[in-house]
Design a binder for this molecule. Structure first.
Ligand code: 4NP
Length: 151
């Protein structure tokens, strides 16, 4: 089993979409996919309505997901910890306790665009265009990850 964790700040906008997209592209008998937030402030909540909507319009149902906070055990349980932006990257690296754990943390857009240091921007305070943009970026990134890991 290969275990993949998608991480953002609130675990209600970006990482639920990343989880839903990744799950749709990988064989569930070989991969476990989950998501978490660096902040626990939306703990127990369903994804943001706008994320549910953009997923639904692309044939994905993410409405049953529930926000949770990233915990130390996640660094052992998961093989890849994909973060959305530089701020997530710093927060997650701070929680890692060994080099091995640090090496598991990757900015997700480094997969399709290596060396460009791009962020998936936080869409929370913007409109639906921001969510479309996030969806497209994550669709591209998860395509590349699925190819790399061999579905
Ligand atoms: P996410 O978006 O990190 O993509 O889930 C956010 C959700 C909530 C907040 C910020 C970002 N917030 O400040 O409550």
């Amino acid at each position: 089993m290969t275990n993949i964790l998608m991480i953002c700040l609130g675990n209600i906008c970006r990482s639920p979409l990343a989880e839903g997209l990744m799950r749709s592209k990988l064989n569930f008998t070989k991969f476990t996919i989950d998501s978490a937030g660096t902040s626990g402030s939306h703990k127990g909540q369903a994804p943001d309505k706008r994320s549910i909507e953009i997923a639904k319009s692309n044939g994905l149902d993410i409405s049953q997901q529930q926000s949770r906070k990233l915990v130390k055990e996640d660094f052992q349980k998961f093989d890849f910890l994909y973060v959305m932006d530089e701020s997530n990257y710093r927060d997650v690296l701070e929680m890692a306790t060994t080099e091995e754990e640090k090496n598991k943390v990757v900015k997700i857009l480094d997969e399709p665009f290596p060396g460009e240091h791009l962020d998936v921007p936080d869409p929370y305070y913007g409109g639906s265009k921001g969510f479309e943009n996030v969806y497209k970026m994550l669709d591209t990134a998860t395509d590349v990850i699925a190819k790399k890991l061999g579905n």
